[in-house]
Design a protein around this ligand. Structure first.
Ligand SMILES: [Zn+2]
Length: 373
């Protein structure tokens, strides 16, 4: 069982440490989105220096390229991308269900590669096999993402996710035996709670997942932050307290990180911060700014005075503006360093504030300034 120590609790919020074979994650923590075994525009050295504790890669993308066998041959994901800290993989469900020609049966999904049209099939079993071969510390069960937001589709997706979870757990145990026998490190499985925006379905799903022999929980399919607090208040108390919870794909908006941590989530991942960075949309304590805006042309101050990232310590807004205007690659690098550091640091500070009993003050002052409320 994945070791998770809770150091402090405050309501549903908690501070803890997840112990993985590749090291510890002090939670709450923001996990870097390394979809294709890389965080776009950043090296792993930069990720390490900006304070990231863990990364999350996507099984679907890695199955297509470079292929699971190659990653296994390289010694696993961490070795392949030279990230010597904890790693997660998500099952790829989210990406597969967004493809145009996806065929879903009770057995699994058939789809065509978005790259060359090659045919693929993923089942709960093959997803588990792929994730063990990739070798991340923490895997997500293969889940079915609903095709629409309506109740019937959500219920159907949840039902199938639960049936697939049972098969994932079984296959995970099978793979575990084989890998441990071969002297490989332990890997861990999270169930994924579905149910969309419907709290009765969320409760059903949480209860179902809670009973399973898994190491933690992903909370999936959250597309809109509206009502996320109520959803988490429904889900988290139904999950065993001693197992970690990962809020999948949320964290582009800082408020989601506060709400997520306040109502019981331990880790977060989101491609938003680095995606926005590449477009010149940069976090500051006073809200997001577009660095391409003409008003920054002669602004010789740092992006954020009180940020200790490589970008803010060394460069001015005028320089960043120039790099974006001339479409220099370095623009994306520096902007990504800052945005990723910003979200990592916000969650680290949330952790500290829960420990110091100052969470509410920190939340209120941060959000007031950031959203100009
Ligand atoms: Zn910075």
């Amino acid at each position: 069982m994945l070791k998770f120590d809770i150091e402090k609790k405050n309501g549903l919020a908690r501070v803890g440490i997840i112990h993985t074979p590749h090291g510890d994650i002090k939670t709450p923590a923001f996990v870097g989105a390394a979809t294709r075994a890389t965080v776009k525009a950043l090296t792993m050295k930069e990720m390490n220096e900006l304070g990231s504790q863990a990364i999350l890669s996507n099984t679907y993308h890695l199955i297509l390229r470079p292929g699971i066998k190659l990653i296994e041959k390289a010694g696993g994901l961490a070795e392949f991308c030279s990230w010597h800290k904890p790693t997660f993989t998500d099952s790829g469900g989210f990406q597969i269900f967004s493809l145009p020609d996806v065929k879903i049966t009770e057995d699994g999904v058939k789809f065509k590669s978005h790259i060359d049209g090659a045919k693929f099939e993923i089942t709960p079993e093959s997803s588990m096999q792929a994730q063990w071969a990739i070798g991340a510390d923490i895997h997500m069960a293969f889940d079915h993402l609903a095709k629409s937001e309506n109740y019937e589709d959500m219920e159907e997706a949840m039902r199938r996710t639960h049936a697939w979870l049972d098969r994932c757990v079984k296959e995970h145990e099978k793979q575990e035996k084989t890998y441990l026998k071969a002297g490989k490190p332990e890997q861990y499985l999270y169930a994924v709670v579905q149910g969309g925006t419907f709290n009765d379905l969320r409760a059903k799903s949480a209860k179902y997942c809670a009973k399973k022999d898994v190491d933690g929980f992903g909370i999936g399919g959250v597309f809109v932050a509206d009502g996320m607090d109520e959803m988490l208040k429904t889900v988290c108390p139904l999950l065993p307290e001693n197992k970690p919870r990962h809020l999948l794909g949320m964290g582009q908006e800082p408020i989601d990180l506060f709400v997520g941590a306040e109502f019981g989530c331990d880790t977060f991942d989101c491609v938003g911060p680095t995606r926005m960075a590449r477009n010149g949309s940069l976090y500051t304590l006073d809200g997001r700014i577009n660095i391409k805006n003409a008003k920054y042309k002669e602004d010789f101050t740092p992006l954020m005075v009180d940020c200790d990232c490589e970008c803010c310590k060394n460069y001015t807004k005028a320089y960043l503006h120039h790099l974006f205007k001339t479409d220099e690659i370095t623009a994306k690098v520096l902007a990504s360093i800052h945005n990723e550091h910003f979200v990592v640091a916000v969650v680290d500070k949330i952790r500290e504030s829960i420990l110091n009993d100052t969470f509410n003050d920190y939340k209120e002052s941060f959000l007031k300034r950031y959203y100009h409320k």
